[in-house]
Design a protein around this ligand. Structure first.
Ligand SMILES: Nc1ncnc2c1ncn2[C@@H]1O[C@H](COP(=O)(O)OP(=O)(O)OP(=O)(O)O)[C@@H](O)[C@H]1O
Ligand SMILES: [Mg+2]
Length: 492
């Protein structure tokens, strides 16, 4: 997960991980099912193996007193450890191979034999694993017998206390296979599939995470979420009550961030094209004007201006015309909807960034500030061009619009970084086109965690879009530092 700026509690991270796993549950299920199938398939295809065990006892032939017997037992225990090696040596397995006519070498046969000496005993288990059940028992018994002979021949001739090896539990032909273990293979496959699935989900979360909700935005920027604007169902967003309500919330929350009585100048920008800057700028301007404020809406997107077209105004004379000194502000102001004044873009200049960074622009903003309560500048996106960054540092701050399904957390973090590096303040973030729930109109909080709605890749969106989610739709107040702010529901 992208680390939270300023550090978040681990609880948030854990919840975010669970939310991510829940959102991508289908992917996780596929990974688990695939792992389980591979595990089971592997077990079904594997050759069945049978294991037989012969147990032998090492003992001393002599010893009268208790003391001698104890010493003898200790001596035998020490020898058992050594003879575990002897049991798979050619001196033992050579005769076994030839007696049973196994058609293999002692070295190869040794690979199917496992010799164990249980601790603090003089016992030895000779386990033989073969593809044939009777053969495994025959070999285990033959190794036990041959080991007894080898021990007798290897023992020092002049010792009084001779070591004897007796088979106390001969190997019997096993009925069940020792491997493959189908339940174990299935469980291992499921576990490995699940672990890989979780890793994949977390990787996708880091790579593709979109700004679906406050938590995701919080991972990219420390700025508050000013409003969550639902995806509009109406032909025009300003006819959708839930959208209008969200824009009112935006206005109210923005006003909380500014000193009462002072005018404020904000830049609307985003990471990429089409995130909803112009739509939000118009809505914010109209909403502010409806409270009696004097509002100027400026098309500062000097590369792809659309504001005048959207409002049915003239685009040819406006900001660029004023900045190049050919006309004054009053000459090109146009009345817009809801009593706002609109400054269109004017003809697209070849050097938008220079114009927006010019002294003329600064003077124009000062003039606008002196005449209006609220100045809203619709600007180009941050990532492709520097216009928004150079303009925002001359204003009270930038408001960044993110598309809930498309703008990635990484992109928002980059926007935040670029704006701040340019010396601009980031007033807040608007999450646009959030998924709708039935509770949208009532302002109830529904987090991605609680909503449990599915997410998918770019459905209904533009190419290469990110995630959908049951992100909170009827929004709540942003977490503005030192500011009390309204939710969509409570804002009026
Ligand atoms: N909340 C919303 N619900 C549904 N449609 C929306 C919403 N917000 C914006 N749109 C639509 O998305 C499209 C792009 O919006 P807009 O022009 O405001 O984006 P932009 O960021 O200004 O784009 P550009 O970078 O090209 O200037 C428009 O058709 C607009 O009507
Ligand atoms: Mg635009």
């Amino acid at each position: 997960m992208t680390p939270a700026p300023g550090g978040r509690t681990s609880t948030v991270d854990v919840l975010a991980v669970f939310a991510a796993l829940r959102r991508r549950a289908p992917l996780l299920l596929v990974a688990v099912a695939l792992g389980g199938s591979l595990g089971l398939g592997n077990a079904l295809l594997a050759t069945p193996m049978y294991t037989s065990t012969a147990t032998v006892l090492f003992s001393l032939d002599r010893g009268q007193s208790v003391n001698e017997l104890v010493q003898g037992a200790n001596y035998a225990q020490t020898l058992v450890q050594t003879y575990t090696e002897v049991a798979t040596a050619p001196v033992v397995l050579g005769p076994v191979v030839s007696d049973l006519d196994l058609g293999t070498s002692p070295q190869l046969l040794a690979r199917s034999i496992d010799v164990k000496a249980p601790l603090n005993t003089t016992l030895m288990d000779i386990e033989v694993t073969r593809t044939s059940a009777p053969e495994s028992a025959r070999i285990a018994n033959a190794v036990a017998a041959e080991l007894a002979r080898a021990v007798a021949s290897l023992a020092p001739e002049d010792t009084e206390a001779g070591i004897t090896v007796r088979t106390i539990a001969p190997a019997v032909t096993p009925v069940n296979t020792s491997s493959p273990n189908k339940p174990l293979s299935l469980a291992t496959g499921l576990a490995v599939g699940g672990a890989l699935g979780i890793a994949l989900v977390l990787l996708l979360e880091v790579v593709l995470a979109t700004t679906t909700d406050r938590a995701a935005v919080g991972r990219a920027t420390s700025s508050p979420v000013l409003a969550l604007v639902p995806r509009s169902r109406a032909a025009s967003e300003d006819r959708d009550p839930a959208v209008v309500e969200a824009h009112r919330t935006l206005r109210t929350n923005l006003s909380f961030l500014h000193r009462r009585g002072s005018s404020h100048v904000v830049v609307l920008t985003s990471a990429a094209s089409g995130d909803g800057k112009t739509t939000t700028a118009i809505a914010l301007a109209r909403s502010s004007a409806s409270t009696g404020q004097r509002v100027l809406l400026v098309d500062a997107d000097l590369r792809r201006p659309v504001l005048a077209d959207r409002l049915g105004l003239l685009a040819s004379a406006g900001l660029s015309t004023v900045l190049t000194g050919r006309v004054t502000l009053d000459d090109v102001l146009q009345p817009g909807p809801g009593g706002i004044d609109v400054l269109a873009s004017g003809v697209c200049p070849p050097n938008p960034s220079e114009l927006l960074a010019s002294t003329e622009m600064r003077e124009l903003l000062e003039l606008a500030r002196s005449r209006y309560d609220c100045v809203v500048l619709d600007c180009a996106p941050v990532l492709p061009v520097t216009d928004a960054a150079v303009l925002a540092r001359q204003t009270d701050g930038a408001v960044v619009v993110v598309d809930a399904r498309r703008t990635q957390v990484r992109a928002l973090a980059e926007v935040d970084l670029r704006l701040r590096s340019a010396g601009a303040a980031v007033a807040g973030v608007i999450i646009n086109r959030t998924a709708r729930t039935r509770s949208s109109y009532y302002g109830q909080r529904r987090s991605a965690w609680w909503s449990g709605r599915r997410t998918g890749l770019g459905r209904g969106g533009r190419p290469g879009t990110g995630l959908r989610s049951g992100a909170p739709v009827a929004p709540v107040a942003p977490v503005a530092p030192n500011a009390s702010v309204a939710s969509n529901a409570s804002d009026a």
